[in-house]
Every structure is written in structure tokens, then in C-alpha cells.
Design a protein around this ligand. Structure first.
Ligand code: WT7
Length: 635
């Protein structure tokens, strides 16, 4: 018997030890007993972090959708797989059973095939949080096409960059989307993006808001009529264990977004196993993750992890503030949610509204509360624990990344005693290490350093699409023979981990990962701007917000700074998306630089954090005077 479901702390330690001492035996047992394979592997693991190359379950054949759908049909055919909760609370929720999901995924897969999509092709999915998003994703996986889901809040420029980076031949989208009381013209964004995407042959359009849109003859097709005439049956493509399942873009501190490539078998095994344990999912539980499927959280813990366990997973189209800030709690009450997984930024925004709206609803179904995306501050942790969980539902503060595919450091609820602001212990099979700047591992407890992972785990990204060299440089070059996460962390006296935040130029705003370089590039496109530097500063709700220091070409620029700020933020919204807009813009005479001309972001960060008395030695700067003037004019 493998240890698929861990139920107490002693068992956790015992299984953890086994997973470290005999990783291959351990993962082989999990894979063998809990998944459907067309053919078993010849080798469980081969790896070399210096290349880097990692292969799990080599030689095995499978299709992830047979594991997420087909194998449940006999026992769970009528069970609800997906509950769709629409933006408007007075619209009816939709309940999609496993049987219906099977039919709808097959229909969609058959439409993709009829449009010439075959195994290995890349398909861009730019769809709001409606059932078609999950179904399109699964349909790609069913025929072996590699999906690249792009969050439907990204701008046309961001979309076209992602479409071109991996040569998508098809885009799946919708006429528009709802966001609270607003609608967004998604098809318009796609049309604009496609002006610079010559490789896209077809666009499939789901109807959501019934707006008038333009359809390009021969290229664009309404989805529904095609689905209606497609067969509900279809065989899944047989995939190799290491065939790419999807590409998902994440921001880097420099350069264009990185298309992280995830594999089929390892990703499936690890997301399913973590889902089962981190949420202690039991048959008939209703699980809800509020993330968008456009992020890794949605891929792993709305779609693949839950469905691989035959779970009921909620897909919510709306926002926490519409029609009012009680919406999340209304949904918990309505669908009797047992596991609720959200981001600290949402918790902070809801906490700000007081407790009246939480108390209005019956939240007694809740058994597990999750947090993900950024460090959860102590205040938010307590508010969540007391007002939502009523001190009865453990909070799982789950640390992981787009690159890791699945949850890496986390409590197991009812197993690991929790501690506010601590992600606590490594999950089964995960070997973290804390490193100092000289490249030495910090052994023992009560140490703080850079967080690395020493040993491969099944769901790690295998490469960056189109640039294995960049993958190696970004993740495997900082420390020998280790995966470097980009985060700092400390280990306390009992071995619990606390993530202290990014140690690179990535800033997490409302749980979204933003690189400073692309934002600075967008700002620098403004004709009046000479140069700019972006840093994060603490923000009540967003966790971090963006502070921009901008130097103009003409110091005596006659134009009003307020207008300039608006233009700059518009430029950022066009190039990246509204999430990357700056909260504060300070026009400066210059930016502090080293003698070799490198902008000293560290100093700017300290100023934005109001840590002026702790700037360190600035006398060696090229232009020390500029620092005082920046402090004097601080916003
Ligand atoms: C970065 C990864 C993992 C899905 C959502 C974000 C930060 C994530 C936590 C946490 C502290 C966290 C890290 C990480 N992060 N979860 N529980 N505590 N920090 O995925 O966009 O790839 O971002 O988010 O800095 O490196 P992502």
C-alpha cells in the first residue's frame, strides 16, 4: 500500500523520510497505484541538474485526460466535476457531471482536430473564467496539443508576444467577458494582437456577452455551432511521459516572459498527490479555488489536481467585490464549500470590509482554508482564521511557483500544526536548502538564506520554451547542482520555513508576479522619459505596490506631471496590462548609480520603504547628491 493519503504527523515524517531515502521507489508506488497508464515506465527518474535535464517515468504512456475524466465514468459518471458559478449571482449556476465533461471535452477535441490541430501544436487559450476555458484546456490535452493559457486580463501586446513566442497556430477566445458590472471586449483585444501574429490560422470564439464583434472570414469561427455538430466520443492521444502538456508564461526579472514547459506524467502525479493531501479532499467534498485558470494555481488546483482525484471543483467567473464584498461568503454558503483556497491580497481586501458580511452567511461547511501567491501577513492570517475559519479550519499557507508546477512547502491540514506566516514543512519528496551568498548550504535550524531545492520532484518545469540556456541560467546557475527559486526564506527552531520574499527584481503585486524590467521598458518608450527604475513598497491590500522613479529627458519639461503620470500608466496598461500600473510616480533629477552606471535599486527600494536612515554607504556612488533630492521629494 502506498501512502497516498497522509492522516497524522507521525505518518508525514515517516512518508517524508521514505520519499527522501528512496525517491524512486516512493514515486513509483504512488504512480502505480493511483493512475491509469497505457504503458508503464522503464525508468522512474533520471536527472542531471548541470545540463539541466530531468525525466520522470520515462517510457510510460498515458493521457492526463483519461486520468481526469474517463477513469471516473464508471464510478462517478453522475458526480459533479465542475460547478460553474457565474459573475451575476442571479444567473443560474451550472453543474457539469463527469459524464457531461467527457462529452464536452470530446466535442471540443473533435472541433480542434477538424481545424487541423494535431499533437504537439501550440494553442493559445485566451478565455474568461467560463466552462469553455476548462474544457478547451482539457481538449488540447486530450489530443496532445500543447496549451498556452494566457490570463484574459493581459493586453493585446502581452498576448501577441506570448502567441508568437511559442508559435501558436490557433487562438481560442470569447466575444467578451464580465468583470463585476463591466464588460471587456476580449475579441477586440485578440484582433489587435493578431495584427502581429502571422502564424495564427484560426480563432474559435465562445459566445459569452452577446456583443457585436467582427469576425474575419476564413479565420474566425463561432464555437457553439462547431461543438453542436461534433461527436461526443473520441479517443485520447497516447502521450509519452515527458511530452509537454502545456506552456505557461511567467515574468522574469529581465527580458521577455518565460514560457515554462510542463510535462505530462510527472505533472499529473504530483498535482494529484498534493491536491489530495494539502486539501485533505474526501469524496463528496466541494472544493473551491478562487484563482484564475490563467495562472498556475488554476491549472494545477482548479483543473488537473482536483479532476485527477474525481473531485468537485468550482469555477467562479466573478470578482470578490461584486455585487458586494460578501460574494465569496455567499458562494461558500450556497455550494457548501469544504475547502477554500485564495490569495492574501483577497483576504486583506475582504478584511477591510469588517466582519458583518462574513457573519451574514453560514460558513460551517468549511474544513480547510488555503493561501497562496505571496507571504500572508500575520494580521490577515488571524482575520482569516478567526472570521472565516472560526478557529476550526486549519490554514494551509502553500508556497510554490509557476516553475514548480505544484505545492512545495505547506502544512498538511489536521496533520501539521500551523504557525502564522509560516509555510511550515516541505511536502513529501521536496528537499529544500537554504544557501548563503557564498554558495554554502546553511545547515541546522534558525538560519536564513536563499531558498533552493536540492533534488528533482515530478512536476518541475523541464525547460523554457525556445531557450534551454535561459532556463539553465535562471534556475541552475546561482548555486551548483540546485534549483534556485528566487525567494529568500528562514528556517525556525523546529525546522518550519517562512518565506521572506523575492531576492531578485520580481515584485509580487496582489499575488501577480511582475518583473521590473518589462515595466521599465514600457515607461522608457514614452518620448519624454530618459530613464526609470521600479521598486516595490508595502501596500495594505496589494501586499506590494509599484513605485516608479522617473527622470525626464528635459528637466524643465513644461508639461504637467499629472498628465505625464497618466500617459505613463496608460502605456504600461497597453504594453503589459492594468495590473502593472504604478501607484506612485516620482519625477527625479537623476537616479542613483554605481560608477559603472548600474542603477542602485537597493537605495531606491529603501527610500520607498521609508528606511532613509539605513541607506548604507552612498559616498561611492557616481552621483551621491541625487539621493538627498530624491528623499526630499519622496511621495
Ligand atoms: C512566487 C511565485 C504558486 C502559485 C501562485 C504564484 C511567491 C507564492 C507563496 C507563499 C510566500 C509565496 C513567491 C514565489 N509565493 N506562494 N505561500 N508565501 N510567497 O505563482 O506567479 O509563479 O509566483 O510567489 O515569491 O516565488 P508565481
Amino acid at each position: 500500500m502506498s501512502n497516498y493519503h497522509i492522516k497524522h504527523l507521525e505518518e508525514y515524517y515517516q512518508v517524508y523520510r521514505k520519499s527522501i531515502r528512496e525517491p524512486e521507489n516512493f514515486w513509483e508506488e504512488i504512480a502505480e497505484e493511483h493512475f491509469l497508464w497505457r504503458k508503464k515506465w522503464t525508468n522512474v527518474l533520471s536527472w542531471d541538474f548541470s545540463k539541466p535535464e530531468v525525466k520522470w517515468f520515462e517510457g510510460a504512456k498515458l493521457n492526463i485526460t483519461e486520468n481526469c475524466i474517463d477513469r471516473h465514468l464508471a464510478t462517478r459518471g453522475d458526480k459533479t466535476a465542475i460547478i460553474f458559478e457565474p459573475n451575476n449571482p442571479t444567473d443560474k449556476a451550472e453543474y457539469i457531471s463527469y459524464k457531461q465533461l467527457y462529452e464536452r471535452v470530446n466535442q471540443f477535441a473533435n472541433v480542434l482536430k477538424s481545424k487541423g490541430v494535431t499533437k504537439g501544436d501550440r494553442v493559445c487559450i485566451y478565455v474568461p473564467m467560463i466552462p469553455e476555458l476548462a474544457i478547451a484546456t482539457l481538449a488540447c490535452a486530450r489530443i496532445g496539443a500543447i496549451h498556452s493559457v494566457v490570463f484574459a486580463g493581459f493586453s493585446s501586446k502581452a498576448l501577441s508576444t506570448r502567441i508568437n513566442d511559442c508559435d501558436c497556430k490557433m487562438v481560442i477566445t470569447a466575444d467578451g467577458s464580465y468583470r463585476g458590472n463591466k464588460t471587456i471586449d476580449l475579441k477586440g483585444v485578440v484582433d489587435e494582437a493578431l495584427e502581429s501574429c502571422p502564424g495564427v490560422k484560426n480563432v474559435l470564439v465562445a459566445k459569452r456577452i452577446n456583443s457585436k464583434i467582427s469576425m474575419k472570414v476564413g479565420r474566425d469561427f463561432w464555437l457553439q455551432p462547431l461543438l453542436d455538430s461534433a461527436s461526443k466520443e473520441g479517443n485520447a492521444e497516447v502521450m509519452d511521459a515527458e511530452d509537454p502538456l502545456f506552456i505557461l508564461y511567467t515574468s522574469g526579472s529581465t527580458g521577455k516572459p518565460k514560457g515554462m514547459v510542463h510535462s505530462s506524467a510527472g505533472y499529473m502525479v504530483y498535482t494529484a498527490y498534493t491536491f489530495k493531501n494539502v486539501f485533505q479532499y474526501k469524496e463528496n467534498d466541494v472544493y473551491w479555488c478562487t484563482a484564475d485558470i490563467g495562472w498556475i494555481t488554476g491549472h494545477s488546483y482548479i483543473i488537473y489536481g482536483p479532476l485527477a482525484n474525481g473531485a468537485t471543483t468550482v469555477l467562479f467567473e466573478g470578482v470578490p467585490s461584486y455585487p458586494n464584498f460578501g460574494r465569496f461568503w455567499e458562494i461558500v454558503d450556497k455550494h457548501k464549500i469544504n475547502q477554500f483556497y485564495t490569495a492574501p491580497t483577497a483576504i486583506r481586501a475582504l478584511a477591510k470590509q469588517g466582519t458583518e458580511l462574513v457573519e451574514k452567511y453560514n460558513l460551517s461547511s468549511l474544513k480547510v482554508l488555503g493561501s497562496v501567491g505571496e507571504p500572508i501577513n500575520e494580521e490577515a492570517w488571524h482575520w482569516y482564521n478567526e472570521n472565516v475559519g472560526k478557529k476550526k479550519s486549519p490554514i494551509v499557507d502553500t508556497w510554490w511557483q509557476t516553475e514548480t508546477g505544484g505545492i512545495m512547502i505547506t502544512p498538511i491540514p489536521y496533520v501539521t500544526p500551523t504557525k502564522p506566516t509560516y509555510a511550515t514543512l516541505p511536502f513529501i519528496g521536496i528537499q529544500p536548502a537554504l544557501m548563503n551568498e557564498n554558495g554554502d548550504e546553511l545547515k541546522g535550524n534558525q538560519v536564513e538564506g536563499r531558498l533552493c531545492i536540492k533534488f528533482p520532484w515530478p512536476s518541475m518545469a523541464r525547460t523554457i520554451w525556445g531557450s534551454h540556456q535561459r532556463y539553465k541560467e535562471t534556475y541552475f546557475s546561482a548555486f551548483d547542482n540546485m534549483y534556485f527559486t528566487g525567494d529568500g526564506a528562514l528556517r525556525d527552531e523546529v525546522g518550519y520555513y517562512r518565506i521572506t520574499g523575492r531576492v531578485d527584481d520580481v515584485i509580487i503585486v496582489s499575488g501577480h508576479n511582475l518583473g521590473t524590467a518589462p515595466i521599465e521598458d514600457a515607461i522608457n518608450e514614452h518620448p519624454a522619459v530618459a530613464e526609470s527604475a521600479i521598486v516595490g513598497f508595502p501596500h495594505d491590500i496589494k501586499g506590494s505596490a509599484l513605485y516608479g522613479y522617473i527622470t525626464l529627458k528635459d528637466a524643465g519639461e513644461s508639461r504637467n506631471h499629472k498628465n505625464l503620470s497618466k500617459e505613463i500608466n496608460q502605456l504600461i496598461a497597453d504594453r503589459i496590462g492594468p495590473i502593472a500600473k504604478l501607484d506612485k510616480i516620482q519625477f527625479t533629477e537623476g537616479l542613483p548609480k554605481t560608477r559603472s552606471g548600474k542603477i542602485m535599486r537597493r537605495i531606491l527600494r529603501k527610500i520607498a520603504h521609508n528606511e532613509m536612515d539605513n541607506l548604507g554607504d552612498i559616498s561611492t556612488l557616481l552621483n551621491p547628491d541625487v539621493v538627498q533630492s530624491i528623499i526630499d521629494n519622496k511621495l
